[in-house]
Design a protein around this ligand. Structure first.
Ligand code: SIN
Ligand code: FE2
Length: 207
């Protein structure tokens, strides 16, 4: 495993191949159990109600949701009304390894991208505190990830996220703009029917 900590001291860390294939398979199994209990749902943009191109679910005590009323964290699945399933141990371990000083993660957003899905540049800023990093895991098809600075107009860099790669947005990069330009269909055999899963771990409330 390499650890690419960018030399601009921004707090952006890229950990390619953090999870080896067997660990990716185990994590995927855990995600499948979560989604069996908390099905992927169709989020929509605040105000316009335009559907996202990704489908979402969550695990952990809180889940990030978006609908016509806005973005927020909530303890219940918007369609089933049931609590989000527990966070798998592999994700708790990842958090305690990479964010040893932070209080436990409370939310893991599960994004599912089909080949044509993307995610526009945005900041993760619906949390009450920004001291803890955001940690993301990619599974399945490769995607091009673009990350900039804390202003929308800052220069950006882009790199490919392969299955098993981890990205940490901490420090100054905690509020960096980021998004997914595209998913490269057919680049991974992890998901039987293709596509990409991204898991994003966050601390939501102030400890
Ligand atoms: C996100 O910003 O919520 C997802 C990023 C990714 O899919 O890698
Ligand atoms: Fe994000």
């Amino acid at each position: 495993m390499q650890d690419i900590t960018f030399n601009d001291h921004s707090g952006l860390r890229y950990l390619p191949e953090y999870f080896a294939r067997a660990s990716q398979e185990a994590l995927l199994e855990a995600v499948r159990s979560v989604v069996a209990e908390a099905p992927l749902y169709q989020p929509a943009m605040p105000r316009t109600g335009k559907p996202f191109s990704v489908k979402m679910s969550n695990c952990g005590p809180l889940g990030w949701v978006s609908d016509i009323k806005g973005y927020r964290y909530q303890p219940l699945h918007p369609d089933t009304g049931r609590p989000w399933p527990a966070m798998p141990d592999q994700l708790k371990d990842l958090w305690s390894t990479l964010a040893p000083d932070a209080p436990p993660a409370e939310a893991c957003l599960i994004n599912f991208y089909q080949a044509s899905a993307r995610m526009g540049q945005h900041q993760d800023r619906d949390e009450d505190m920004f001291d803890a990093p955001v940690i993301s895991v990619s599974l399945g098809d490769t995607a091009t990830f673009r990350v900039g600075g804390t202003n929308r107009k800052d220069p950006t860099r882009s790199f490919r996220l392969n299955s098993g790669d981890v990205v940490v947005l901490g420090g100054e990069a905690r509020l960096a703009y980021h998004g997914i330009d595209r998913v490269l269909a057919g680049t991974s055999t992890l998901l039987k029917n293709g596509g990409r899963i991204n898991l994003t771990l966050r601390r939501v409330t102030a400890a």
